[in-house]
Design a protein around this ligand. Structure first.
Ligand code: PLP
Length: 378
């Protein structure tokens, strides 16, 4: 099997699996006062420390959630609830993941003003456009770090830096899901008040995410109840999922740069091979504005889903556009000025460091085979 859908989800690493099993043995409730409870609490705190270290913040600034969608919803709706009486404007981009985009739609339905900044011809978002959209009435600017469909790296640091200089009270949220553990992510350098990450995108498990909330910032909790997570997110913590996410972070955090270089080599090889095929259009750019882990391209005469299932029959797993859009036409690709016809034929492949050059060669060979058979059927 060749798995090239790591932006959809990743295979849990050995450290995460072993951590999960250990936490199943230390099965106490982290809120219990006896030894079993304290052991479980220690596992949760160990994960909190690992994640805080990786993001350059304090442990008490990390809150565990069930997924990055919950993290982003908490930051956005919490800010709206806290500031909404005085500040009605939210600024974001047109290329956000639905976790942010749908939350913004909902705010708009509730009477907030949402300004969505679109990319230019080559896909780039301008920090100036975002800055120009921010005013004294703005509650929050929310911007993803890496686009999940193309790998485009947004200018989060530059944008948030400028915003904080001009409007220190405007809150900043970054959906860092697709950049975390693939490039350095530091909440202070990014000038974030909130930052969302997900366990299952970094070789840990589905069902766990984390939200960084800058110390001193208080937003209403998204889930109320027993007061876990310092009152910010009630519900008994999933110790196995949390502990294993912390171990995956500890394992991956030291190899971000090496893995980046390695994946860059795989992407270069893939792009070079695909560029030789006149029936392939590459949507992702190749410069430093694009994370090498994601490559989006269209095989012109074959619909995405047809090619996806053809590749599946050869045991190669890829995604059609974004996995979250489940076959629906991707609005985000059209924001990147990809014509509808090419968007309908777009495949997204996303690497992890277990992929090898032979995976790239096999993929390209099967795309040539698919073009020789499927494209000619029409
Ligand atoms: N943000 C981005 C950029 C994503 O790619 C995803 C998942 O695909 C999410 C948020 C949602 O993450 P989760 O599945 O943890 O809710």
């Amino acid at each position: 099997m060749i798995y090239l859908d790591n932006s959809a989800t990743t295979k849990p690493c050995k450290q995460a699996v072993e951590g999960f099993l250990k936490a199943c043995e230390d099965f106490g409730n982290p809120s219990s006062l006896h030894k079993l409870g304290l052991n479980a609490e220690q596992l949760v705190e160990n994960a909190r420390e690992n994640i805080a270290n990786s993001l350059g913040c304090k442990s008490e600034e990390i809150y565990f959630t069930s997924c990055a969608t919950e993290s982003s919803n908490t930051a956005i709706f919490g800010t709206a609830q806290k500031l909404g009486k005085r500040k009605k404007r939210f600024v974001t981009t047109t290329i956000e993941h639905p976790a942010t985009a749908r939350a913004m739609d909902l705010l708009e339905e509730k009477g907030f003003e949402v300004v969505r900044i679109a990319p230019y011809e080559k896909g780039e978002i301008s920090y100036r456009d975002i800055l120009d959209a921010v005013d004294e009435n703005t509650a929050m600017v929310s911007m993803m770090l890496v686009n999940n469909e193309t790998g485009y790296i947004l200018p989060v640091q530059k944008t948030f830096e400028k915003i904080k200089k001009r409007f220190p009270d405007v809150l900043t949220h970054c959906d860092a899901v697709q950049g975390y553990m693939k490039m350095p992510v530091n909440v202070n350098r990014l000038c974030c008040d909130f930052l969302s990450v997900s366990g299952h995108k970094i070789h840990a498990f589905k069902g766990v995410g984390a939200l960084y909330i800058k110390k001193g910032l208080h937003i209403p909790p998204f889930i109320v109840g027993g007061g876990q997570e310092n009152g910010q997110r009630s519900g008994t913590e999933s110790v196995p999922l949390i502990y294993s996410m912390g171990l995956a972070v500890q394992y991956l955090n030291n190899s971000i740069n090496q893995r980046f270089e390695y994946i860059n080599g795989l992407k270069s090889a893939l792009v070079e091979k695909l560029s030789n095929l006149d029936f392939v259009h590459i949507n992702s750019g190749v410069g430093e504005d694009f994370l090498p882990y994601v490559v989006s391209f269209a095989v012109e005469k074959i619909k995405s889903e047809v090619l996806l299932h053809y590749l599946e029959s050869k045991e190669i797993y890829v995604s059609s556009g974004s996995a979250c859009s489940k076959g629906k036409k991707s609005g985000v690709l059209s924001e990147f000025k990809i014509p509808d016809k090419l968007a309908d034929s777009t495949i997204r492949i996303s690497f992890c460091s277990e992929n090898i050059i032979e995976d790239v060669e096999k993929l390209v060979q099967e795309i040539i085979n698919a073009n020789n058979t499927l494209a000619k059927l029409k």
